[in-house]
Design a protein around this ligand. Structure first.
Ligand SMILES: NC(=O)c1ccc[n+]([C@@H]2O[C@H](COP(=O)([O-])OP(=O)(O)OC[C@H]3O[C@@H](n4cnc5c(N)ncnc54)[C@H](OP(=O)(O)O)[C@@H]3O)[C@@H](O)[C@H]2O)c1
Length: 268
């Protein structure tokens, strides 16, 4: 996928909307309020760092507050003050409610919710996981995503450009079988996919775009490391987190008539 360049998009955008579609390097997200789940490490942390670098105010959660605060400190070290840490265990409805009400004490609107959190569970043998692992995997990915959207929807509806992005997985695509993920992970991702599908239709009349990504395993380089820019991104290479961030920025950077529902990727 290549980035479309629409130099007039920012000028045509509604008041206060200074996004452009020029690609992630020149795009600015000042005045954009972004909520990200599971941002204590890996791709959630990457999203938080990149969105903050582009000027967004970031409300990030991790299962443990300490992990969230570590990422906030990393972002503040880069000179961005408008970043906030929260604890949110996606298997715990009260914790999700507390996250949303905590964010609501800072802001009356959220422009972008990124459902990044979901527990990974490996093992193609159904018998290899405990009942607790199965429950935790399905609850964090499936129930956790539904309850996160439910609790943040009032804040999203206060935005004039609300977007919900969900990091699903190729495992959420019908017929997919190439991952070593446990059946419970496939179940969680299929639930996220089904939720996103109906949500997209039902929220469109209210102007909420529901954007889902279905990546295969990707190269998760640290955005603060040299690898972020040096990891090969050629046609023979595995998908990178850098390209996935660009996909998210591309989708949210489009004019409001453009409802990109899903990103699917050909595997190497
Ligand atoms: N990496 C890939 O190749 C790949 C491919 C396709 C899709 N995805 C999806 O993309 C998203 C991000 O991927 P990733 O590689 O960064 O995932 P990851 O390395 O497996 O990390 C999972 C994240 O989910 C959090 N988490 C797990 N259970 C949680 C719970 N109960 N409450 C709150 N947070 C919880 C973890 O927090 P803790 O630090 O507390 O454990 C961690 O931040 C996930 O939804 C993943 O399924 C990833």
């Amino acid at each position: 996928m290549s980035h479309r360049t629409t130099p007039t998009a920012a000028a045509d955008a509604p008041h206060g909307d200074n996004r452009s579609t020029n690609g992630s390097d020149t795009m600015r997200l000042d005045d954009h309020r972004v909520v990200i789940t599971a941002a204590g490490r890996d791709f959630g942390r990457t999203l938080a760092i990149r969105f903050a670098d582009l000027g967004a105010e970031v409300y990030l959660s991790a299962r443990g507050l300490e992990a969230a605060e570590r990422v906030v400190a990393e972002i503040r070290d880069r000179g961005h003050e408008r970043v906030h840490a929260f604890a949110c265990d996606l298997t715990d409805p009260a914790s999700i409610r507390d996250f949303a009400s905590g964010v609501a004490r800072h802001t009356d609107r959220v422009d972008l919710l990124i459902n990044n959190g979901s527990r990974w569970l490996e093992g193609p043998d159904l018998l290899s996981a405990t009942d607790t692992d199965v429950i935790d995997t399905i609850t964090s990915g499936a129930t956790g995503t539904v309850l996160t959207v439910k609790n943040f929807l009032p804040l999203l509806l206060n935005s004039d450009r609300p977007d919900i992005v969900t990091m699903v997985s190729a495992c959420g695509t019908a017929g997919h079988h190439r991952s070593d993920a446990h059946d419970a992970f496939y179940t969680a991702k299929s639930a996220q996919a089904g939720f996103a599908e109906i949500l997209s239709k039902r929220l469109r009349p209210q102007g909420v775009r529901v954007i889902s990504l279905y990546p295969p395993d990707f190269d998760n380089a640290d955005p603060l490391s040299e690898e972020w820019d040096t990891t090969p991104r050629g046609s023979q290479d595995a998908l990178t987190s850098h390209s996935l961030v660009d996909c998210v920025l591309f989708a949210v950077g489009q004019p409001r008539d453009c409802f990109i529902k899903a990103f699917h990727f050909e595997q190497v």
